[in-house]
Design a protein around this ligand. Structure first.
Ligand code: FAD
Length: 285
């Protein structure tokens, strides 16, 4: 199908982009991997597309004040391949490497992914486990939100009209942390039927730190705090992992669609959470 007519602008800097967005029914275009199909199906019909591909300030990965700061227009491939992300925030690099296929990873951006807020997207499980923050800009100013506040529901975020995701801020991973992202991928698209992200540390023979996130299971990704409580302070044996992972879907109303029923997704969340915890514990030193 053919999209409705629209105006197109490709500003050269962020201020120009913010001014264009403040003017009316305009939408940001990043990699176009999600937005263009929606426009072709006429599920989105913006009057004006503001293409961010020339806004180079949004395409960077840098380390600053104990954090890795990733510009919104950084592609999944750039995150997967970045030596800085791989060494200082390996969970995010692993999540990026799991997205779609090479073409999607070369075009799609981290800002576009979180702004689109697909409930089966890969980044949110890891960003929640990492307690990432989202820096947002508009013509009126700036604000920074925790990723848990930013993700409101399926395809819904806390972004207000005129706002742009500017960068995603993740802490530099602490020494000794083991991480893992494990996903059951829908075979055609690669989207997560369920995806589980885990970060763990051990000290004195016990699990001293554990943060986990799950995507694909519900309307939005979430921190599985029941899993965290059960594993925290345990020795981290295979039995401990199974017991903790059994809580992965507690309190959640799982999605049902043509790819997986709710009971199947619930069970897969437990299985993939156990896999993520097992690998993260094996990687923790
Ligand atoms: P666009 O499509 O350009 O934009 C998406 C939305 O975000 C639009 O509403 C746009 O206005 C808004 N937006 C974009 N950038 C910003 C910004 N900086 N600030 C504010 N709003 C913004 N994703 C996964 O996680 N896992 C997968 O396995 C996966 N498989 C895929 C397979 C296929 C075949 C395709 C087509 C996509 C797949 N995706 C997958 C989605 C992919 O990751 C997209 O890149 C992503 O969802 C959207 O990013 P984008 O840069 O293309 O954004």
């Amino acid at each position: 199908m053919i999209p409705q007519n629209f105006e197109y602008s490709a500003p050269n800097n962020l201020n120009e982009a913010l001014a264009l967005l403040a003017a009316g029914n305009a939408k940001v275009l990043a990699g176009g991997m999600s937005l263009i199909p929606l426009m072709k199906l006429r599920l989105a019909a913006p009057d004006h597309l503001v293409d961010l591909s020339r806004v180079t300030d949004l395409k960077s990965i840098r380390e600053e004040a104990g954090a890795i700061k990733i510009g919104a227009m950084t592609t999944h491939w750039e995150i997967e391949a970045s030596a800085l992300v791989r060494s200082k925030c390996p969970l995010l690099a692993e999540a990026a490497s799991n997205i779609g296929d090479v073409q999607v990873r070369n075009m799609g951006t981290i800002g576009g992914s979180i702004a689109h807020a697909d409930p089966a997207a890969d980044y949110p499980a890891s960003l929640l486990a990492l307690e990432a923050q989202v820096r947002i800009s508009s013509a009126k100013g700036e604000r920074t939100l925790a990723i848990a506040e930013f993700l409101v529901d399926a395809l819904s975020t806390a972004l207000e009209p005129g706002e742009i995701v500017r960068e995603i801020i993740v802490p530099v991973e602490a020494a000794g942390t083991g991480v893992s992202y494990q996903k059951m991928a829908q075979p055609a698209s690669g989207f997560a039927i369920v995806g589980a992200a885990a970060r763990v540390r051990k000290s004195g023979g016990k699990v001293s730190f554990v943060q986990v996130g799950i995507t694909g299971l519900a309307g939005k990704a979430f921190r599985a705090t029941g899993v965290e409580k059960l594993l925290s302070g345990a020795a981290g044996s295979a039995a401990d992992v199974q017991k903790a992972a059994a809580a992965a879907a507690d309190g959640v109303d799982p999605n049902t669609d043509l790819h997986a029923s709710a009971p199947y997704r619930r069970q897969m969340a437990r299985v993939y959470m156990a896999r993520a915890l097992t690998q993260a514990l094996a990687r923790a030193s």
